[in-house]
Ligand binder design. Sequence first.
Ligand SMILES: [Fe+2]
Ligand SMILES: [Fe+2]
Length: 453
Amino acid sequence: MRRYYERYIDNLEQIQKLMQFRPERGLTEERMVMEIRDNARQRHEICCENDRLLERILFKREPGELDGQDIEELSEFADRLFLKEDVLDTGIAHYIHRLLLERARQMQDRDLYIRELYQAGFTLLHVKPIVLHREVRNPFRDQITAYFEEGASYLDQYDEIEDEQTRNFILRCCEKRDEKEYLYVFPQERRRWWEDEDVNSEREAFEKYVLRGILTYHPPTYVHSRMVAWIGEKLCRRMAEIMPGKMAGTMGLTDAEAVRQAEEMLVRCVYEGGLCHDLGKSLVLNYIGLYGRKLLDEEFACVKLHTVLGSALLRDAGYEPLAQIALHHHQWTDQKGGYPYPCDPCPEEYRLLVDIVSVADSMDAATDNIGRSYASAKTFGKLVEELHEGAGTRYREEVVSLFDDGDFCREMEQELILRRQQIYCEIYSMTPQDGGFDGGYTGDPWGEEEAAV
Ligand SMILES: [Fe+2]
Ligand SMILES: [Fe+2]
């Protein structure tokens, strides 16, 4: 098995290198897009190989089959994935420790069991959770506490244990158990973004601040957020033009005339909602495998928290409609599917705004064939077909009905492609000095999930 472990790690290093990719300066937009797409394709292929490797070296293995050599090799593999200075894959390292813990339990190997309790807890501890006003807890906190408390409970047997290392693991579990809080608390004051910005308004400052934050944490979400904002704006404007009466009830607007008068406000709201809908993702990046492999179940559960976390951030900042969009954008319009679940229904006055962003979200995620789900990207026509299939359940019927107009579809499709190319080229041309990303994480573990209509 050793060579497969080596291969997995080589692949991770290869992906890291590919993430450093920046196109040469002076290339045409077309050429640049080709190179960005090619880079994403190479990363995707390596990730697929790593997913296959994981099946073989880990997911299909039962603790009962592991012999002494397997245990030793797996421990080494976990150490390579999770070194303090160079963390390659926390999720898989934790998975291995859990497997070894189970094996130690079966074999009644006390020393191995104690070591694995500490290692499993310590791996999760590395994940830096962010808690907003203590409303949202570290999803791993109870697990961490359980590992360390159980490890510390062996203190009773400390004197009978001969192995020095095992005794140390018990002491370390005691220390960690007493640390109590494994939390990093997000600043609680409402930040006055617009005070130190060279901008004309609070709104402008907000947009700059949010986009800069997203770009720093995660460039693919930056492209996606700008696209969703742009698509959402188009859909909202079109609706206000051709069916303003259907928008009555939104934001307290009583009838078609009121909607017409407030068109700019509605469009602005949807646009900003698009920019911020995935803001919470920047807070969950710590929890997940960063190099594009398939997410583990526990990681996927963390990803789902981006709705709640983003919404809490926006509510703190005083942007209630945007908080509602962030919270509900993965929920079905009929409230019978999606997440977060359980969750109070979206207040009626914001429902349409959420539904517009939700369509825009799927539209971008499913059709991005440059840097995201390029392997499974859908054509615009196929996506529209699927929107129709989900009309009334997953998606709001009125929003989907905008795509009954062939001219509107053609215009959207063409502009969508051009717009996406521009944004990709823009961020890949930026240097860190321009405020661009600095070779950070460009993998996209949730692209496929979001694209699933
Ligand atoms: Fe999302
Ligand atoms: Fe999204």
